[in-house]
Design a protein around this ligand. Sequence first.
Ligand code: 3PG
Length: 404
Amino acid sequence: MSDVTAVYYYRPKTGVDAEFAAHAICEEQTTGTWTDLSTVNEKTRYVHALDGEVLEVTPAGDGGYVTKIRYPYEIFEAGNIPQYLSVIAGNLFGLGKLETVRLTEITLPRELAGSGPKFGIEGVRRLVGTETSRRPHVGTIIKPKVGLNPKDTAEVAYQAAIGGLDLIKDDETLTNQPFCPLIERVEEVMAALDCAKDETGKQVLYAVNVTTGGDRIVECAHSAVKAGANMLMVDVLTAGFSAVQALAEDPFLQVPIHVHRTMHGALTRNAEHGIAMRPIATLVRAAGGDQLHTGTVSGKMGGKAEEILGDNREITREIPGLKPVFPVASGGLHPGKAAAEIAKLGCDIVLQAGGGIHGHPDGTAAGARAFVQAAEAAVAGISAKEYAKTHTELARAIAKWGDS
Ligand code: 3PG
């Protein structure tokens, strides 16, 4: 059985030796603490089987250091992702010897990586019918993110569907509030998508946000699927990795899981402290998410192309028995930005726009068409400006937001 390794960037407090600081992390997260222990003695020396090991300490070139730590396989409870996090990302963040510390990468042995997504990229592509074309998927987040009642939500969904989108989803703050009860919303939206299907022949996915307390999420998802939902959405960082895992492992829930990462900025944004997106992505795949927001290169959240690409590689790289997760680029996109996203992130991507569709001067259906046209143009290697000469909706979008 191989062990787990984790990589950390850190800055020791002034006067603290870098090697000493790395060992402080390693010991705190395994068998040690701030002092020696009478409970670890000749009689209990078997405990040392769970000692960690500092594999390397390297200066990062900016005053900080990078360390790689090995954690023994046996310290982990297989399948218990919250426990994995307590080991690799637990107390260490509060250690007084460290000025800052950031978990940047983890490697899990296959035995700890779970059964992963039920659908993955291929499964979702099969549902949408893009296994052969391999084109990017295009979707929308209903906007405003909260406030619409179920009927009006369904009307927006219908417009988006007849505009040609593959996916419609709730936003991260819409769950089961009285102004838009979840089951009523699912029934209305799915009926609207059926009407759209009668016109277009295409079944559109609707990811309903079932994020709720751990004691209720599976039951909520069951009710949503019984009401017709063909995709589920969950906010992984607010609900927890075990929420995704509970949905993914439930045999009744045979629909893909769309994973939103709201709140990630609190962990990922500081380049010297917190948790990078990479380990979060690794754990979402282990938990069984089918689609995961990993950021955009040109949108409103300011993602770095190299990091996003690395995160996308992490969730799509070949791992025997673990399906690849479909990366989602979302946040501040509009038709003029589709080409930049596809050029940098490739075609195995779900492009999503909320404001960039529902803010179109001619409404949601036109906005959806413009986004579809922009993706088509990018895949064909035609500039959005050129394609807009023969595609009115795209031309109107570019006139409002520009072509980059
Ligand atoms: C998301 O879920 O990524 C955001 O709600 C995107 O919304 P926007 O496209 O309007 O920025």
